[in-house]
Design a protein around this ligand. Structure first.
Ligand code: NAD
Length: 488
């Protein structure tokens, strides 16, 4: 018998076993198992969807909005009360440094509930007074109703943050959810179930099923006819598979997908700010951030100095114990993902990249020898059509290339099937506005990166997504609008 902790599905307010199969949840710092996870089968997915439907038709559906919002604030308090438990669970699942998890992942997990509680409390209703032939007129007003039972499919890079980014607006709008966290990071979604119970959220409102994608809980959930909408964050390829599943029953989707984002560094930038911002946008979370910049374009006069300074800083990144506050970079999420990233490192070499720093696997001392560690890597000299410049790698690496002038910068940045985010570094305000207007992305930062006001729209163009979530924009997906027309 194993002594490992067990992670069960969370259905109708209780932790339940799965279809009989279990899988290991491993810590990427040393590849040791931290928990056994109970995989959900058709039966558990059915039960979770049925519980969510019952809650929707029952206590949750009938609850006044003010009460629902008060419950969401209690969930946020509950996360903060159990902060250390969430923190530890997230770090064991991802290997990310405590500095990131304690300042971004867990606080944002709680903040998402408060933000959408605030937003829902202030939503206005659209009203139109119209003329009629008899002169009496008619009054139209639109009411927002919950969409129903929402499937929430999540990735592993910011597990609690990205899941609550969808669960909070879904619940605030009066929906119920069935969440399928990533198989790599099942812990915090399960813990959140306990926080929901403690806050007094009725059973069935928040459900979690564990498993994989194709042929497992992910696909079963997206194909389930009891699901009224699917919100998904993950790879573009997976989005396309989910869209096919959603076609049966014509269910709407909201997608936050991959990216191959550009950083545009103009010669007139604040050099140190551009270096610090680019360091974060390339190496934060070991490069596993959808908004990260794997393509850096630098105006020629400062190109050589920029590459040299960036490399100098990258070499100083401290890899090691994620619970140590001095650690600045953790491992990749898994050996499987490292094999993919190393494949790009190899392709970049074969395509003739000049490797400025990194390019391989670092030597880690015990107990980290078996972890999924990788070197922070910077290349120059690659053609724009080489795989490492074209495709999303999702690792701590970037290609840096010089450009001459604004037009070339824009053309290079826009030459991508993706359109998620960009970071522009310049002190010329007019240029910042011009480039922001011409860049084909959903999120454009000027002299910053990863600054997020939760009231603003978030999402991508082209193959980076469908729809926008954030602030009142989340209502587009999480509610249906019903127009009521009253003849006066
Ligand atoms: P992934 O697409 O492999 O998996 C995401 C989730 O989908 C997992 O829970 C997985 O089990 C599930 N899944 C896989 N196949 C499925 C299927 N056929 N049906 C239903 N569910 C299925 O993504 P990942 O590797 O976990 O995350 C990394 C990716 O996520 C990157 O491409 C990154 O850019 C993207 N991402 C995007 C954003 C954004 O906001 N745009 C944010 C974070 C991550």
């Amino acid at each position: 018998m194993s002594n490992l902790a067990e992670i069960r599905n969370f259905i109708d307010g209780v932790h339940v076993a799965g279809c009989g199969r279990t899988f290991e949840d491993r810590n990427p710092v040393d590849n040791q198992p931290v928990a056994l996870v109970h995989e959900a089968g058709e039966g558990e997915v059915d039960r979770a969807v049925a519980a969510a439907r019952r809650a929707l038709k029952g206590p949750w559906g009938r609850m006044p909005q003010a009460e629902r919002i008060a419950l969401l604030r209690r969930v946020a308090e509950g996360i903060n009360k159990r902060f250390d438990e969430f923190l530890r669970a997230e770090i064991l699942d991802t290997g990310k440094p405590v500095l990131i998890a304690a300042h971004i992942d867990i606080p944002r997990g709680a903040a998402n509930f408060n933000a959408f509680a605030d937003i829902l409390a202030g939503v206005a209703t659209e009203t139109f007074r119209m003329d009629t032939p008899d002169g009496a007129g008619a009054l139209n007003y639109a009411i927002r109703v919950p969409r129903g039972v929402i499937a929430v499919i999540c990735p592993w890079n910011l597990p609690l943050l990205l899941m609550t980014w969808k669960v909070a607006p879904a619940l605030a709008c009066g929906n119920t959810v069935v969440v399928k966290p990533s198989e790599e990071t099942p812990a915090t979604a399960t813990l959140l179930g306990e926080a929901m119970n403690e806050a007094g959220v009725p059973p069935g409102v928040y459900n979690v099923v564990h498993g994989f994608g194709p042929g497992s809980a992910g696909e079963m959930l997206t194909r389930h006819p009891g699901i009224d909408g699917i919100t998904f964050t993950g790879e573009t390829r997976t989005g396309s598979a989910i869209m096919k599943a959603a076609a049966d029953g014509v269910r709407p989707v909201s997608f936050e997908l991959g990216g191959k984002n550009a950083g545009l560094v103009f010669a007139d930038c604040d050099f140190n700010a551009a270096i610090d911002g680019t360091m974060r946008s390339v190496f934060a979370n070991c490069g596993q951030v959808c908004l990260g910049t794997e393509r850096i374009y630098v105006e020629r006069p400062i190109f050589a100095r920029f590459v040299e300074t960036l490399a100098e800083k990258a070499r100083k990144l401290a890899l090691g114990d994620p619970f140590d506050k001095k650690t600045s970079m953790g491992p990749l999420i898994s050996h499987e993902h490292r094999a993919k990233v190393l494949g790009y490192y190899r392709k970049a070499r074969e395509d003739g990249a000049e490797i400025i720093t990194g390019g391989g696997v670092p030597e880690m001392k015990a107990p980290y020898g078996d972890g999924a560690w990788i070197e922070p890597t910077i290349w120059t000299g690659l053609a724009e059509d080489s795989a490492a410049v074209r495709e999303e790698i999702f690792g701590p690496c970037c290609h840096v290339r010089p450009f001459d002038g604004e037009d070339e910068a824009l053309a290079l940045a826009n030459d991508s099937p993706y359109g998620l985010a960009t970071a522009i570094w310049t002190t010329d305000l007019a240029r910042a506005h011009r480039v922001a207007a011409g860049i084909e992305v959903g999120i454009c930062w000027v002299n910053s990166w990863f600054l997020r006001d939760l009231r603003t729209p978030f999402g991508g163009m082209k193959q980076s997504g469908i729809g926008r979530e954030g602030g009142v924009h989340s209502l587009e997906f999480y509610t249906e609008l019903r127009n009521v027309c009253i003849k006066l």
